[in-house]
Design a protein around this ligand. Structure first.
Ligand code: M6R
Length: 361
């Protein structure tokens, strides 16, 4: 039940730190030699792979974009996220030894399932990462890993997004260890996930601040932009989807450097442009892009990791490893979507035209 919460969406955002801790404790081993327990069968199959294909829809696809970077950095294996609705009918040329990861909160999404059916006909190895044990995609894949996010009721996915990133991190860490990849060996994921849980708690406790910012920046606006580079670009896509689906503000997630190649024409007085800045290699470039839109009248906001923060930034994120910043930076954006929807008097949990699980192609 919602308990004292007015909407499930807010309850589910508040649960994110607890979900991180649950993932940590459910995947943790007592055995000192390994940090996390992942079936050796899964790791063996994945070690044969020359590329990891992550297939998903909507928010799960956005979690897959982040996951692809985690797999590449920690396992030295090429990885790419694909939209399920595109992949099945316009399949790219596959590598010799593909391994498929289906990301799906519900385990019932028809677009993802049609791909799994095709991949099964090709007898290629498959893993479903899902929140629902015994769901269709779980039963039909070779292997399953669970998200342990607890039931997600609000149509807009929040805690499943962060859970999907965390479980992919766990899998990437263990696969990287199995492959003796130095980056994985050096990555203390247990400690990092504890830091993430504490950092998320700090952010959800700041919700009054985000409510004010949502009011100042988004309430009366017909459109908004989220921008970033690298993982921050991936988060921008998810932040924009959240805002669109629950507040009906036309939002776009944009690669910060691409804005000037056309879309900057849409920037007018007061257009909100919210930038994620957690990538040290491109922070200077993105700060330049912020200046460009400011000069055209944009109302800019920055969501910045501690190490890169200046006195002028609006939101400073608690400190975690650069690879895991999406687990923190999405939280203010989820809360912006929630409060913008609330302020417009909309039904936050049941946006028009949407169903929780999309069982048609
Ligand atoms: O259950 P799934 O993760 O497979 O669902 C995929 C999408 O339908 C889902 O993430 C959808 O985009 C949400 N409404 C996003 O908030």
């Amino acid at each position: 039940s919602k308990g004292t919460y007015p909407y499930y969406m807010l309850k589910e955002i508040d649960e994110e730190p607890a979900v991180m801790r649950r993932i940590l404790s459910n995947y943790q081993t007592d055995d000192q030699s390994h940090e996390f327990k992942i079936d050796t069968e899964i790791l063996d199959a994945m070690q044969q792979a020359d590329k990891l294909y992550i297939v998903a829809a909507g928010t799960s696809y956005h979690a897959g974009l982040v996951g692809a970077t985690l797999f590449e950095k920690l396992t030295d294996t090429p990885a790419e996220a694909y939209l399920a609705s595109e992949f099945g009918y316009h399949m790219p040329l596959l590598t010799k030894h593909p391994f498929f990861i289906f990301l799906t909160q519900s385990g019932e999404t028809a677009d993802s399932r049609q791909v799994l059916v095709k991949i099964n006909q090709m007898h290629l190895p498959t893993l479903t990462i899902t929140n629902v044990p015994n769901s269709t995609l779980s039963r039909e894949a070779d292997y399953t890993l669970l998200l342990y996010a607890g039931p997600e009721i609000a149509v807009a996915s929040t805690k499943a997004y962060t859970a999907q990133i965390a479980v992919q991190a766990v899998l990437a860490k263990e696969l990287g260890e199995a492959k003796h990849v130095q980056a994985a060996q050096a990555f203390d994921l247990q400690q990092q996930l504890s830091l993430v849980a504490a950092g998320q708690q700090q952010l959800v406790d700041e919700k009054d601040h985000f409510k004010e910012l949502a009011h100042d920046y988004l309430a009366d606006q017909p459109s908004a932009f989220y921008i970033g580079r690298g993982l921050d670009y991936d988060v921008s896509l998810e932040a924009a989807l959240k805002l669109k689906e629950v507040s009906y503000i036309l939002a776009e997630g944009f690669a910060a450097g691409e804005l000037k190649h056309g879309t900057i024409a849409l920037i007018q007085d007061n257009t909100p442009v919210i930038a994620f800045l957690t990538d040290p290699t491109t922070v200077g470039l993105t700060r330049g892009n912020i200046k460009e839109v400011q000069a055209r009248g944009a109302h800019t906001m920055t969501i910045v990791s501690q190490a890169l923060a200046t006195a002028d930034d609006q939101i400073i994120l608690p400190d975690v490893d650069d690879l895991l910043t999406p687990l923190l930076s999405i939280i203010p954006a989820q809360l912006f979507a929630y409060y913008a929807s609330l302020e417009k008097g909309l039904d936050v949990d049941k946006p028009r035209n949407l169903a929780k699980s999309v069982t048609v192609e």
